[in-house]
Design a protein around this ligand. Structure first.
Ligand code: SF4
Length: 243
């Protein structure tokens, strides 16, 4: 490949990124009031096999929604090495129950290698770095083959998520992000799970309404914010994937 070829390819990539941003802007507007299924149908028709979804295996709601529209869809699960056994069990059950292609995304270092290189319990000393190494960087790498990804984040989950759009441009990754349940409330989620027999992580029955890595997730008491059990006392509310 010559320098001219490289420049032409770079120009094409810049052009296609601009085209995608235009698609995102108009889709965000015309899909704002659409149902989750309509949003997913649009994404599947627009991006085909270059569309994937991510799941934390807190429940299989998004997997249920997307796999009904696009059977065999790629599902990325970030296996940090710090998950509860129940979360790994939910991942394995999802693979048996739903028509999806589950992809286990791992960090370039095992937990033992991270402990050796950066010292033990990095999550307690520098949780931002730990999340970057075990979640953000592996996901960024796994998303490279795709043009668009579907996420299950909602506006009512946190102030940092209050303004998310149903379709948005993921500037950091230069790709499209689809948030089909952005407008849903917790009640909508609970109703869909009950009505459709969706698989959920059994930790929900043990006062874990929001489930992340075991060292950074605690049980939540009645009346507490559902996300207050994440990084409790660490002054951290997001792992860095969605901000
Ligand atoms: S949630 Fe905790 S254990 Fe998991 S990657 Fe982030 S800091 Fe590390």
């Amino acid at each position: 490949m010559t320098l001219v070829d490289i420049e032409i390819e770079a120009q094409q990539q810049r052009r296609s990124a601009l085209d995608l941003q235009e698609i995102v802007e108009s889709a965000a507007e015309f899909l704002e009031d659409a149902s989750a299924r309509e949003i997913i149908r649009w994404a599947a028709a627009t991006f085909g096999n270059r569309l994937c979804l991510t799941s934390s295996m807190s429940d299989a709601l998004l997997i249920d929604l997307v796999s009904r529209v696009k059977p065999g869809v790629d599902v990325l699960f970030i296996d940090t090495g710090y998950h509860f056994a129940e979360t790994i069990g939910t991942r394995d059950a999802v693979q048996q129950v739903y028509d999806v292609n589950l992809i286990n995304v791992e960090s370039s270092r095992t937990v033992a290698e991270q402990d050796r290189d950066l010292g033990p319990r990095l999550f307690g000393r520098n949780p931002d770095l730990c999340c970057y190494l075990r979640k953000v960087e592996p996901l960024n790498r796994a998303l490279e083959p795709y043009i668009a990804w579907v996420s299950g984040i909602r506006r009512d989950e946190a102030t940092t998520r209050a303004n998310i759009k149903v379709v948005e441009w993921d500037t950091k990754r230069q790709m499209v992000k689809v948030n089909p349940i952005a407008r849903w409330t917790q009640e909508d989620v609970d109703n869909y799970i009950a009505d459709n027999g969706v698989l959920i992580n059994p930790l929900h029955y043990d006062n874990y309404p929001s489930i992340g890595c075991a060292p950074c997730t605690r049980q939540v008491m009645d009346g507490e914010d559902p996300r207050s059990g994440r990084w409790s006392g660490m002054g951290k509310t997001e792992c860095g994937i969605h901000v």
